[in-house]
Design a protein around this ligand. Structure first.
Ligand SMILES: [Zn+2]
Length: 530
């Protein structure tokens, strides 16, 4: 492969949030001395909302970082506001799916973004929004680039589920998206496609997307012209915390802050993947970036008085055992008597199974009519490290099982059982498979928060006949050349370790209807519209 391709690989991987390590740049000082005050309250007297989404921020390490004095900005906001350590994420617990849930207020069954990696029955190929060097190297690079930006936002994300940006635009309000992977809005933007990709003649020089009025996306779109030096290759072309912070701070200092700004800090995720979920360095870096944003107000007090701050994680991570043999669960040997499609070539007519691994979760597709999904499930039950194994039948019932004993739990929406979030269900079989307890028709969740709705979302997220599997904490799934995080951390599953994130709210005494990311959209719109 030529040099051009290599460079392209690096760019695509970087933009796809595969973070290859980044030098610390912690020169920011807390500036508390008075600068001229910035009053950015909008025309209606409403405070603007600033969402800071920190990838893989978790409650316990956040508290540890605060105790060690390594997260002063988050500590400040937390003490000035409200703190919820256990907010329920989406499923699969992968950033693209979670961000889509945050922006649309729906689970994957409605927003249609199934995960980082999935198989399109319509296109007869895998869709990858970027998942690691080895996998991407085997797949067409420009395809990944297009999928990760255009296909995700303009095609796959269901147009019937409006994003926060679209809802605000409908009401004549403005919003901003800074380095968020999901950003669809109503304003057309021409992304700057770097020369060495554009020159390949396969991507237009400018990629037209729709976003909020203010769109910032690494080297492809930036707000602060001085942020250029934050977009070189070794800083992941701008997909870094500092770039995000500088562009958010730019909107504040230019008095251009819109009603809602969604700012994504990517770096903590990579550090947690490599060092494990207890690492604090990524939180420290994210906090330094948050300080840059707060400082744009002149003082932190001004920041809290003049804006509503929502600082949160997107998913948790589970520690992965540090022995490769013990830590990884390879799905292929379990299904070895089927013909499993190879990643590096188009699906062939005799292929029967496609495996799309999302770290601690996988979609396993039966792409040939001669494969019974229930037989695939039976074979998967032979692996004790698998946690939840689920399939949908022709009548839209979801069946859950695990292990060799063949226990079964089945459910579908609607019915006499009501859960903690007011959702109703019909249930049958062994409830311990999803760790719920039922008393007087009330459902209480255990170690799989909001499991019924979240799993139902994934089971209905896209076309095709497929099984959803997750793996128990400590383990990670592997398919053909999927990335692993031995001795580090991984996410993707329904388990609470992957599924609970902290939420800091400052500048308002209100809170979302329930402590789930799926309910943040309505609340954010209320904060702006009331
Ligand atoms: Zn991650």
């Amino acid at each position: 492969m030529g040099m051009k391709n290599k460079v392209t690989n690096v760019l695509v991987l970087s933009l796809s949030l595969l973070i290859v390590g980044c030098r610390a740049d912690s020169s920011q000082q807390l500036k508390q001395q008075s600068v001229k005050p910035h009053i950015t309250v909008n025309q209606m007297g409403k405070k603007p909302v600033i969402v800071i989404l920190i990838d893989s921020l978790m409650g316990q390490p956040l508290q540890d970082a605060i105790r060690e004095g390594r997260a002063p900005a988050m500590e400040y906001l937390l003490h000035k506001g409200q703190y919820f350590p256990q907010v329920v994420s989406s499923f699969p617990t992968m950033s693209v799916t979670i961000d889509s849930t945050l922006l649309t207020g729906t689970y994957a069954g409605q927003h249609h973004v199934p995960g980082l990696v999935w198989y399109s029955d319509q296109k007869k190929r895998m869709i990858l929004y970027g998942n690691g060097a080895k996998e991407a190297l085997k797949i067409d690079q420009l395809q990944v680039f297009n999928d990760a930006i255009y296909q995700l936002n303009q095609v796959q994300l269901n147009k019937k589920t409006k994003t926060i940006h679209e809802e605000l635009a409908d009401k004549g309000k403005e919003s901003a998206s800074i380095n968020a992977i999901v950003f669809r809005g109503k304003t057309k933007h021409a992304l700057k496609v770097p020369d060495f990709i554009a020159n390949s003649n396969r991507v237009p020089e400018k990629m037209i997307v729709t976003g909020p009025k203010w769109l910032s996306y690494a080297a492809l779109a930036q707000l602060n012209p001085k942020n250029n030096w934050n977009t070189p290759l070794w800083k992941k072309f701008g997909m870094n915390d500092e770039f995000s912070a500088k562009d958010a701070a730019f909107l504040i200092s230019q008095k251009k802050l819109p009603d809602v700004t969604i700012t994504y800090f990517p770096e903590n995720d990579n550090l947690a993947h490599r060092k494990g979920p207890t690492q604090l360095k990524g939180i420290e870096k994210a906090d330094q970036a948050l300080q840059t944003v707060l400082n744009a107000y002149g003082s932190w007090e001004q920041a809290v008085n003049n804006a509503i701050w929502i600082v949160m994680g997107d998913s948790g991570q589970s520690a992965v055992y540090d022995d490769r043999q013990a830590a990884t669960v390879d799905i292929r040997p379990l299904l070895s008597h089927y013909c499993i499609a190879k990643l590096n070539q188009p699906v062939r007519s005799d292929d029967q199974i496609v495996i799309a691994v999302n770290e601690r979760m996988a979609y396993i597709y039966a792409i040939n009519d001669n494969v019974e999904l229930s037989n695939v499930v039976k074979l998967l039950q032979n692996e004790d490290k698998l946690d939840i194994i689920a399939m949908k039948d022709g009548k839209s019932n979801i069946h859950v099982t695990k292990g060799k004993k063949g226990k079964l739990f089945s459910y579908h929406p609607g019915g006499k059982f009501i859960d903690e979030y007011g959702q109703s269900w019909t249930l049958s079989g062994e409830e311990d498979l999803v760790d719920i307890t039922v008393n007087n028709n009330r459902i209480k969740y255990g170690k799989y928060p909001d499991v019924l709705a979240r799993l139902h979302g994934a089971m209905n997220s896209h076309e095709g006949r497929y099984v959803v599997v997750t793996v128990q904490p400590g383990y990670e799934l592997v398919g053909e050349s999927s990335p692993t995080h031995i001795g580090g951390g991984a996410h993707g599953s329904l388990h609470e370790k992957d599924s609970l994130v902290p939420l800091i709210i400052s500048g308002t005494n209100t809170r979302p209807k329930t402590l789930r990311i799926v309910d943040l959209k309505d609340w954010i719109l209320q904060l702006v519209n009331e």
